[in-house]
Design a protein around this ligand. Structure first.
Ligand code: RIB
Ligand code: CA
Length: 313
């Protein structure tokens, strides 16, 4: 089977970094056409720099990186330096990138790539706020039907919020963008906190990253050493939840994940629950299912896949 062509839309972010490394380490399954950076964990100038740092760490400097939207559609940007540090990639000491950011805007790259391929060939993998995706759909409605699938990290149901009591960060930052994407009719697979909070980097698992014995293995171990503070303090968890790598692992081994095809709608008005993903998990309404909402994973299988692939870089 030929590799799946994808665009990764990202706000690196240590967990974005691991997701991107996993994709770049798996060329038989994933053909990364480009990375589009979006404002999220840290402002756009840092997410677009971090995306290039990660490509260089992976030795994949031929992957084009584009700068996208620097703020949500209609709200002030909320960032997460308290989780990811002021650079967004705190932990390892990685050199500034030499590769240049592409001239083209990330939204236009998404539009042009979808227009240049037959319908059903391109998968979009958003790992941050959905601003770039929604902007592309608004600017070029003709491309919506060309998207094969959107596999995204965002939202929560049983786990509820990580940035407010009700909302997960990616959706909360730009709920209007999320609403456009979830109403678009594009097939969507969602990796919410419900599953990503089960992908925890325990000490043993992080030692396995470190023991790969390469600059990539060491950098990933140092990223998770830094990134885990927030969740350990807040949830008392056993380690950092690897949110975004659930997206790229799903593309490689979907059988590691289980979920339900349900209706998911986005709260965009109530200040109390803004950005909540209201998933009709128990099908108590007649709302039309619009997303495969993932609730569980084989965590050991996920980490052995991740460790084996990172060792290839
Ligand atoms: O809530 C977790 C999500 O927000 C992850 O994608 C993390 O990188 C941040 O963007
Ligand atoms: Ca992210």
């Amino acid at each position: 089977m030929s590799a799946r062509k994808i665009i990764i839309d990202t706000d690196p972010g240590q967990d974005d970094a691991v997701a991107i490394l996993l994709a770049l380490a798996s060329p038989d399954e994933i053909d990364v056409l480009g990375l589009t950076a979006v404002a999220g964990n840290v402002p756009l100038d840092l997410t677009s720099k971090n995306a290039r740092i990660i490509c260089e760490l992976a030795g994949k400097v031929d992957v084009p990186v584009f700068g996208g939207c620097d703020r949500p559609l209609s709200r002030k940007l909320v960032t997460a330096e308290h989780v990811h540090g002021k650079t967004g990639l705190d932990g390892p000491d990685l050199p500034d990138p030499e590769m240049q950011l592409q001239e083209q805007h990330g939204v236009d790259f998404i539009i042009d790539t979808l227009r240049a391929h037959p319908a059903g060939r391109i998968t979009l993998c958003p790992l941050g706020p959905l601003t770039n995706i929604a902007t592309a759909f608004q600017k070029a409605p003709d491309v919506v039907d060309k998207v094969a699938e959107i596999v995204l990290m965002g939202g929560a149901y049983f786990e509820v919020g990580n940035i407010t009591p009700a909302a997960e960060f990616n959706i909360y930052v730009d709920p209007e963008a999320a609403d456009i994407v979830f109403r678009s009719g594009v097939p969507i697979t969602v990796m919410p906190l419900d599953v990503t909070h089960k992908a925890l980097v325990t000490k043993e698992r992080n030692d396995a990253f470190r023991n790969i014995g390469t600059p990539v293995g060491m950098a990933v171990a140092q990223m998770t050493d830094f990134f885990e503070r927030f969740d350990k303090e807040k949830y008392g968890s056993q380690g950092a939840p690897l949110h975004d790598p659930c997206v790229t692992a799903y593309l490689i081994r979907p059988e590691l994940f289980t979920g339900r095809h349900v209706n998911v709608e986005i709260e965009t008005t109530s200040e109390l629950t803004l950005g909540m993903t209201v998933a009709d998990w128990w099908r108590v309404t007649d709302r039309t299912p619009n997303a495969l909402f993932i609730g569980d994973l084989d965590a050991d299988g996920f980490f052995s896949l991740l460790t084996e692939r990172l060792a290839r870089l």
